[in-house]
Design a protein around this ligand. Structure first.
Ligand code: NCD
Length: 308
Protein backbone atom coordinates (compact mmCIF):
# COMPACT_ATOMS: atom_id res chain seq x y z
CA UNK A 1 0.00 0.00 0.00
CA UNK A 2 3.05 2.31 0.29
CA UNK A 3 3.71 5.06 2.79
CA UNK A 4 2.19 8.00 0.90
CA UNK A 5 -0.01 10.12 3.19
CA UNK A 6 0.30 7.63 6.05
CA UNK A 7 1.40 8.43 9.63
CA UNK A 8 4.39 6.91 11.46
CA UNK A 9 3.43 6.63 15.11
CA UNK A 10 4.62 3.23 16.32
CA UNK A 11 6.74 0.34 15.04
CA UNK A 12 4.31 -2.06 16.72
CA UNK A 13 1.84 -1.50 13.92
CA UNK A 14 4.19 -1.27 10.93
CA UNK A 15 3.98 -3.94 8.22
CA UNK A 16 7.32 -5.45 7.24
CA UNK A 17 6.92 -4.40 3.60
CA UNK A 18 6.89 -0.75 4.74
CA UNK A 19 10.07 -1.24 6.74
CA UNK A 20 11.71 -3.06 3.78
CA UNK A 21 10.85 -0.08 1.61
CA UNK A 22 12.24 2.43 4.14
CA UNK A 23 15.52 0.50 4.42
CA UNK A 24 15.82 0.30 0.64
CA UNK A 25 15.05 3.99 0.17
CA UNK A 26 17.43 4.98 3.00
CA UNK A 27 20.21 3.30 1.04
CA UNK A 28 19.28 5.29 -2.06
CA UNK A 29 19.37 8.50 -0.01
CA UNK A 30 22.74 7.54 1.50
CA UNK A 31 24.15 7.12 -2.03
CA UNK A 32 22.82 10.56 -3.03
CA UNK A 33 24.41 12.10 0.07
CA UNK A 34 27.73 10.40 -0.61
CA UNK A 35 27.71 11.55 -4.23
CA UNK A 36 27.04 15.14 -3.11
CA UNK A 37 24.21 15.25 -5.62
CA UNK A 38 20.78 15.05 -3.96
CA UNK A 39 17.78 15.59 -6.25
CA UNK A 40 15.52 18.37 -4.89
CA UNK A 41 12.41 16.20 -4.94
CA UNK A 42 10.75 17.99 -2.01
CA UNK A 43 11.11 21.50 -3.41
CA UNK A 44 8.06 23.55 -2.43
CA UNK A 45 7.14 21.24 0.47
CA UNK A 46 7.18 22.40 4.10
CA UNK A 47 8.02 20.29 7.15
CA UNK A 48 6.71 21.45 10.54
CA UNK A 49 9.00 20.34 13.37
CA UNK A 50 7.07 20.84 16.60
CA UNK A 51 9.02 19.87 19.68
CA UNK A 52 7.39 20.11 23.11
CA UNK A 53 10.46 18.38 24.63
CA UNK A 54 14.23 18.90 24.18
CA UNK A 55 15.94 17.40 21.15
CA UNK A 56 19.20 17.78 19.28
CA UNK A 57 19.44 14.92 16.80
CA UNK A 58 15.83 14.18 15.92
CA UNK A 59 14.87 17.79 15.23
CA UNK A 60 18.06 18.77 13.44
CA UNK A 61 18.34 15.61 11.37
CA UNK A 62 14.73 15.99 10.18
CA UNK A 63 15.54 19.63 9.28
CA UNK A 64 18.69 18.56 7.50
CA UNK A 65 16.84 15.77 5.64
CA UNK A 66 14.09 18.13 4.46
CA UNK A 67 16.52 20.82 3.35
CA UNK A 68 18.83 18.36 1.58
CA UNK A 69 15.81 17.34 -0.51
CA UNK A 70 15.02 20.95 -1.40
CA UNK A 71 12.13 21.46 1.06
CA UNK A 72 11.83 23.98 3.86
CA UNK A 73 11.20 23.79 7.58
CA UNK A 74 9.25 25.72 10.20
CA UNK A 75 8.34 24.94 13.79
CA UNK A 76 9.44 25.33 17.37
CA UNK A 77 12.05 23.70 19.60
CA UNK A 78 10.22 24.34 22.88
CA UNK A 79 6.81 25.67 23.90
CA UNK A 80 8.37 28.93 25.13
CA UNK A 81 7.14 31.63 22.79
CA UNK A 82 4.15 29.62 21.50
CA UNK A 83 0.46 29.87 22.36
CA UNK A 84 0.76 26.57 24.25
CA UNK A 85 1.99 28.87 27.05
CA UNK A 86 -1.39 30.66 26.88
CA UNK A 87 -3.18 27.35 27.36
CA UNK A 88 -3.85 26.35 23.74
CA UNK A 89 -4.69 22.66 23.43
CA UNK A 90 -2.58 20.14 21.52
CA UNK A 91 -5.45 19.60 19.09
CA UNK A 92 -5.81 23.30 18.21
CA UNK A 93 -2.04 23.68 17.88
CA UNK A 94 -1.98 20.75 15.45
CA UNK A 95 -4.90 22.16 13.40
CA UNK A 96 -2.93 25.34 12.79
CA UNK A 97 0.44 23.72 12.12
CA UNK A 98 -1.33 21.36 9.70
CA UNK A 99 -2.59 24.37 7.74
CA UNK A 100 0.92 25.86 7.50
CA UNK A 101 2.80 22.76 6.34
CA UNK A 102 2.71 19.49 4.36
CA UNK A 103 4.04 17.07 6.99
CA UNK A 104 4.48 17.26 10.78
CA UNK A 105 7.09 15.81 13.12
CA UNK A 106 5.97 16.01 16.74
CA UNK A 107 7.80 15.27 20.00
CA UNK A 108 5.74 15.52 23.17
CA UNK A 109 6.10 14.33 26.79
CA UNK A 110 2.74 12.50 26.85
CA UNK A 111 2.44 8.89 25.68
CA UNK A 112 -0.31 8.80 23.06
CA UNK A 113 0.10 12.45 21.99
CA UNK A 114 1.43 11.55 18.53
CA UNK A 115 -1.69 9.47 17.87
CA UNK A 116 -3.89 12.42 18.91
CA UNK A 117 -1.94 14.67 16.54
CA UNK A 118 -2.29 12.17 13.69
CA UNK A 119 -6.04 11.92 14.26
CA UNK A 120 -6.44 15.71 14.08
CA UNK A 121 -4.06 16.47 11.19
CA UNK A 122 -5.03 15.98 7.56
CA UNK A 123 -1.37 15.82 6.51
CA UNK A 124 0.97 12.98 7.52
CA UNK A 125 2.33 12.98 11.08
CA UNK A 126 5.59 11.41 12.24
CA UNK A 127 6.22 10.78 15.92
CA UNK A 128 9.57 12.11 17.09
CA UNK A 129 8.94 10.48 20.48
CA UNK A 130 5.85 10.47 22.73
CA UNK A 131 6.74 10.24 26.40
CA UNK A 132 7.88 6.78 27.44
CA UNK A 133 5.95 5.14 24.62
CA UNK A 134 7.61 5.06 21.17
CA UNK A 135 10.22 6.75 18.98
CA UNK A 136 9.65 4.93 15.69
CA UNK A 137 12.07 6.82 13.43
CA UNK A 138 14.88 6.22 15.92
CA UNK A 139 14.03 2.50 15.78
CA UNK A 140 14.19 2.64 11.97
CA UNK A 141 17.60 4.31 11.97
CA UNK A 142 18.77 1.80 14.58
CA UNK A 143 17.74 -1.03 12.27
CA UNK A 144 19.35 0.66 9.26
CA UNK A 145 22.61 1.08 11.23
CA UNK A 146 22.59 -2.60 12.20
CA UNK A 147 21.97 -3.56 8.57
CA UNK A 148 24.84 -1.38 7.33
CA UNK A 149 27.30 -2.42 10.03
CA UNK A 150 26.44 -6.07 10.71
CA UNK A 151 23.79 -7.19 8.21
CA UNK A 152 20.46 -8.58 9.37
CA UNK A 153 21.27 -12.31 9.27
CA UNK A 154 22.21 -14.22 12.39
CA UNK A 155 22.72 -11.09 14.49
CA UNK A 156 21.93 -10.80 18.20
CA UNK A 157 21.33 -7.46 19.86
CA UNK A 158 21.48 -6.69 23.58
CA UNK A 159 19.21 -3.75 24.38
CA UNK A 160 20.65 -2.25 27.55
CA UNK A 161 19.80 0.40 30.09
CA UNK A 162 16.61 2.14 31.12
CA UNK A 163 14.13 -0.06 29.31
CA UNK A 164 11.28 1.06 31.54
CA UNK A 165 11.27 4.75 30.62
CA UNK A 166 13.18 4.65 27.30
CA UNK A 167 11.13 4.89 24.11
CA UNK A 168 13.77 4.14 21.49
CA UNK A 169 14.11 0.63 22.92
CA UNK A 170 10.36 0.03 22.68
CA UNK A 171 10.42 0.91 19.00
CA UNK A 172 13.58 -1.09 18.30
CA UNK A 173 12.42 -4.33 19.92
CA UNK A 174 9.52 -4.70 17.46
CA UNK A 175 11.80 -4.14 14.47
CA UNK A 176 14.41 -6.64 15.69
CA UNK A 177 11.70 -9.25 16.17
CA UNK A 178 10.22 -8.44 12.74
CA UNK A 179 13.55 -9.29 11.06
CA UNK A 180 14.24 -12.33 13.25
CA UNK A 181 17.28 -10.91 15.06
CA UNK A 182 18.21 -12.34 18.46
CA UNK A 183 17.08 -10.14 21.36
CA UNK A 184 18.51 -9.93 24.89
CA UNK A 185 17.30 -7.31 27.35
CA UNK A 186 19.77 -6.02 29.96
CA UNK A 187 18.73 -3.64 32.72
CA UNK A 188 18.79 -3.05 36.47
CA UNK A 189 15.75 -4.80 38.05
CA UNK A 190 14.00 -1.43 38.59
CA UNK A 191 14.32 -0.47 34.90
CA UNK A 192 13.08 -3.57 33.11
CA UNK A 193 11.11 -3.42 29.87
CA UNK A 194 7.37 -3.36 30.69
CA UNK A 195 5.90 -6.87 30.61
CA UNK A 196 3.09 -5.87 28.24
CA UNK A 197 5.63 -4.84 25.56
CA UNK A 198 7.57 -8.11 25.86
CA UNK A 199 4.32 -10.08 25.76
CA UNK A 200 3.09 -8.20 22.69
CA UNK A 201 6.36 -8.67 20.77
CA UNK A 202 6.39 -12.40 21.61
CA UNK A 203 2.75 -12.77 20.57
CA UNK A 204 3.29 -10.96 17.26
CA UNK A 205 6.55 -12.59 16.26
CA UNK A 206 6.81 -15.76 18.37
CA UNK A 207 10.40 -14.96 19.35
CA UNK A 208 12.40 -15.70 22.45
CA UNK A 209 13.39 -12.74 24.65
CA UNK A 210 15.68 -13.29 27.61
CA UNK A 211 16.34 -10.76 30.38
CA UNK A 212 19.65 -10.10 32.17
CA UNK A 213 20.81 -7.73 34.87
CA UNK A 214 24.33 -6.90 33.67
CA UNK A 215 26.18 -6.38 30.40
CA UNK A 216 28.96 -8.73 31.61
CA UNK A 217 26.48 -11.59 31.20
CA UNK A 218 25.97 -10.96 27.48
CA UNK A 219 29.01 -9.10 26.10
CA UNK A 220 30.75 -12.21 24.77
CA UNK A 221 27.60 -13.54 23.05
CA UNK A 222 26.08 -10.59 21.22
CA UNK A 223 26.93 -8.71 18.02
CA UNK A 224 25.46 -5.37 19.09
CA UNK A 225 25.37 -3.67 22.48
CA UNK A 226 22.61 -1.04 22.19
CA UNK A 227 23.13 1.15 25.23
CA UNK A 228 20.73 3.81 26.54
CA UNK A 229 20.92 6.43 29.27
CA UNK A 230 18.82 6.44 32.42
CA UNK A 231 15.92 8.78 31.61
CA UNK A 232 16.33 11.12 34.57
CA UNK A 233 13.47 13.40 33.51
CA UNK A 234 10.94 10.55 33.67
CA UNK A 235 11.51 9.72 37.36
CA UNK A 236 8.74 10.87 39.68
CA UNK A 237 11.10 10.45 42.64
CA UNK A 238 14.56 11.83 41.89
CA UNK A 239 15.96 9.91 44.89
CA UNK A 240 15.21 6.72 42.94
CA UNK A 241 17.25 8.07 40.02
CA UNK A 242 20.14 8.80 42.38
CA UNK A 243 20.18 5.16 43.49
CA UNK A 244 20.47 3.91 39.90
CA UNK A 245 22.82 6.54 38.49
CA UNK A 246 26.06 4.91 37.37
CA UNK A 247 24.65 1.39 37.83
CA UNK A 248 25.96 0.28 34.40
CA UNK A 249 28.76 1.48 32.15
CA UNK A 250 30.52 0.34 29.00
CA UNK A 251 34.29 0.76 29.23
CA UNK A 252 37.38 -0.82 27.71
CA UNK A 253 37.51 -3.38 30.51
CA UNK A 254 34.02 -4.66 29.76
CA UNK A 255 34.86 -4.81 26.04
CA UNK A 256 37.93 -7.04 26.63
CA UNK A 257 35.39 -9.89 26.75
CA UNK A 258 33.47 -8.72 23.68
CA UNK A 259 32.51 -11.10 20.88
CA UNK A 260 34.66 -10.50 17.79
CA UNK A 261 33.21 -7.69 15.67
CA UNK A 262 30.84 -6.43 18.39
CA UNK A 263 29.61 -2.89 17.88
CA UNK A 264 28.35 -0.44 20.50
CA UNK A 265 25.36 1.69 19.52
CA UNK A 266 23.52 4.41 21.46
CA UNK A 267 20.60 6.64 20.41
CA UNK A 268 22.37 9.51 22.22
CA UNK A 269 22.59 11.68 24.22
CA UNK A 270 25.14 9.75 26.25
CA UNK A 271 25.52 10.81 29.87
CA UNK A 272 28.06 8.50 31.50
CA UNK A 273 26.96 5.01 30.45
CA UNK A 274 29.70 4.77 27.80
CA UNK A 275 33.18 5.85 28.88
CA UNK A 276 34.75 8.31 26.42
CA UNK A 277 37.78 5.98 26.22
CA UNK A 278 35.57 3.71 24.05
CA UNK A 279 35.06 6.45 21.42
CA UNK A 280 38.37 5.81 19.69
CA UNK A 281 37.98 1.99 19.58
CA UNK A 282 36.56 0.05 16.62
CA UNK A 283 33.60 -0.90 18.86
CA UNK A 284 32.23 2.65 18.86
CA UNK A 285 29.52 3.13 16.23
CA UNK A 286 27.27 5.60 18.06
CA UNK A 287 28.27 8.70 16.09
CA UNK A 288 27.96 6.91 12.71
CA UNK A 289 24.64 5.61 14.03
CA UNK A 290 23.40 9.17 14.67
CA UNK A 291 24.58 10.31 11.22
CA UNK A 292 22.43 7.61 9.55
CA UNK A 293 19.43 9.57 10.89
CA UNK A 294 19.64 11.90 7.90
CA UNK A 295 19.28 9.35 5.05
CA UNK A 296 16.61 7.44 6.96
CA UNK A 297 14.60 10.61 7.55
CA UNK A 298 15.10 11.69 3.93
CA UNK A 299 13.61 8.32 2.93
CA UNK A 300 10.64 8.75 5.27
CA UNK A 301 9.85 12.31 4.17
CA UNK A 302 10.05 11.48 0.48
CA UNK A 303 8.00 8.28 0.80
CA UNK A 304 5.31 9.89 2.96
CA UNK A 305 5.05 12.91 0.65
CA UNK A 306 4.67 10.55 -2.31
CA UNK A 307 7.79 11.70 -4.11
CA UNK A 308 9.43 8.30 -4.69
C1 NCD B 1 16.26 9.66 22.51
C2 NCD B 1 14.88 10.13 22.92
O1 NCD B 1 14.56 11.32 22.83
O2 NCD B 1 14.11 9.26 23.28
N1 NCD B 1 17.00 10.66 21.88
C3 NCD B 1 17.04 10.68 20.51
O3 NCD B 1 16.07 11.00 19.88
N2 NCD B 1 18.18 10.25 19.90
C4 NCD B 1 17.02 9.00 23.59
C5 NCD B 1 17.21 9.72 24.89
O4 NCD B 1 16.81 10.87 25.07
O5 NCD B 1 17.80 9.10 25.77
Amino acid sequence: MGLKSRDIISTAEMPKEDVDLILEQSDVMLCYLKSGNVPPILRGKILANIFFEPSTRTRLSFSSAMQRLGGSVLGFASVEGTSVKKGESLEDTIRMVDAYSDIIVIRHPDAGSSRIAADVAKNPVISGGDGTNQHPTQGLMDLFTIQKEKGLDDVTVAICGDLKHGRTTKSLIYLLAMYGLGIKLVSPAQLRMPGDVIKDVKKKYGCEIKEYSSMQQVVSDVDVLYVTRIQRERFLNIGEYGKLEGSYRVDKKLLEKAKKGLIVMHPLPRVNEIATEVDSTPFAKYFDHAAYGVPVRMALLSLMLGKV
